[in-house]
Design a protein around this ligand. Structure first.
Ligand code: ACO
Length: 342
């Protein structure tokens, strides 16, 4: 069983916050932030809710896919910063789209979109779903300590989404002639898709952590820490570079191709210096690595679908192109996927 991506979408809050604006209340500078991270500005929610962003990104993906929300068999949302601890963010998306299919969240931090894609792939493979909306939405601004210059400058808010469909369903819709033409033009379009998926967890909670709600239980005997993000930046840096390189090499090997054969590399957008180090270690053409973080910052699991959407809408993804997705982050989780764009 295979799936293909029918359409993508993304949404960002209206408010852009520049590095200079952060310098007004933090002991930092545009020069420090930009040279160490590649970030110039990030989008931050003011009046928007995360539900708003998740729904907008989903609507755009559904429109691009030319499907109706009632035709969805499943909605999987990746988030660790949802508007509700319960119900799942996916339920809010389903309600506002007018969909009535099963809807639930996965919590995989920055690897979450690829983990959600894998869940969707499993539903399709078991014949439980044919069309799935996979959405990632994060409001990092609500879990940051805005007095901590070493973390709050790195993140932003946003959402990205993709509608995926069982490959045989798309072929049936397109008809046998279109399917044959596509197969001829791109050689291996009939091969299983994705070509490879790879997941690992190197358990380490303290490296990148946001504690849960403290609550007000009268029985709690130990104080609970505040829900603010903490991070060992240097550990994350080393982990990120290794995660990208190991995943890309493993997936190329699984698919029997060279790393240089991959047309588009969509990595989690943590930090420009992580991307640069990975590009150097892999010896790849840096222009094939998508960058969005300059004007979005790190949006955790929403980075990958947002970058994919920008590529798709810029017309840069052609039928038959090989696309590698690598998410990595808190966990420490890695989720990677090599797929052929159809
Ligand atoms: N502005 C000015 N100075 C700062 C800032 C800031 N925003 N942040 C930290 N500093 C200072 C520190 O206080 C420290 O000062 P000191 O030497 O007087 O103590 C100095 O800069 C060096 O601090 P380091 O933390 O060692 O800075 P480093 O050069 O390692 O850069 C960074 C920090 C950019 C976070 C780096 O560790 C990094 O790239 N890590 C990767 C982690 C990352 O990108 N995480 C993103 C989220 S995680 C994820 O998505 C998976």
């Amino acid at each position: 069983m295979s799936f293909q991506i029918l359409g993508t979408g993304s949404a960002l809050p209206a408010r852009s916050v520049t590095n200079d604006e952060l310098s007004a209340f933090l002991d930092t500078s545009d020069e420090w932030i930009f040279t160490r991270t590649g970030i110039k500005s990030r989008r931050v929610c003011t009046t928007e809710t995360l539900d708003d962003l998740a729904v907008e990104a989903s609507r755009r993906a559904i429109e691009a896919a030319e499907v109706d929300p009632t035709e969805l068999d499943l909605i999987v949302c990746s988030t660790t910063t949802g508007d509700h601890l319960l119900p799942a963010e996916a339920c809010a998306v389903a309600e506002r789209l007018g969909a009535s299919c099963p809807a639930f969240d996965v919590s995989g931090a920055c690897a979450g979109f690829v983990l959600a894609l894998d869940v969707a792939d499993g539903y399709i493979a078991r014949g439980r779903a044919r069309r799935v909306l996979v959405v990632a939405a994060e409001q990092m601004s609500r879990v940051l300590d805005w007095t901590d210059r070493s973390t709050c400058v790195l993140f932003g808010d946003g959402a990205g989404a993709a509608v995926i469909e069982a490959a045989d369903a798309a072929e049936a819709t397109a008809g046998p002639e279109a399917t044959a033409a596509a197969a001829n033009s791109a050689g291996s379009l009939s091969a299983p898709n994705p070509l490879s998926m790879r997941f690992t967890t190197g358990p380490s909670v303290a490296v990148l952590n946001v504690p849960g709600l403290a609550g007000t239980s009268p029985f709690a005997e130990a104080p609970r820490p505040a829900s603010a993000l903490s991070m060992d930046g240097r550990r994350v840096f080393r982990f990120g570079v290794a995660a990208i390189c190991d995943a890309v090499e493993a997936m190329a090997s699984d698919a029997g191709i060279a790393v240089a054969d991959i047309d588009h590399l969509v990595f989690h957008q943590a930090n420009e210096r992580i991307l640069a180090a990975a590009i150097k270690r892999l010896g790849i053409d840096g222009s094939r690595v998508v960058r969005t973080l300059r004007d979005t910052g790190n949006i955790s699991s929403a980075c990958i679908p947002l970058a994919l959407d920008r590529l798709a809408r810029a017309g840069e993804l052609k039928g038959g192109d090989l696309v590698a997705l690598v998410g990595f982050g808190a966990g420490l989780d890695i989720g990677a996927c090599l797929l052929r764009w159809k």
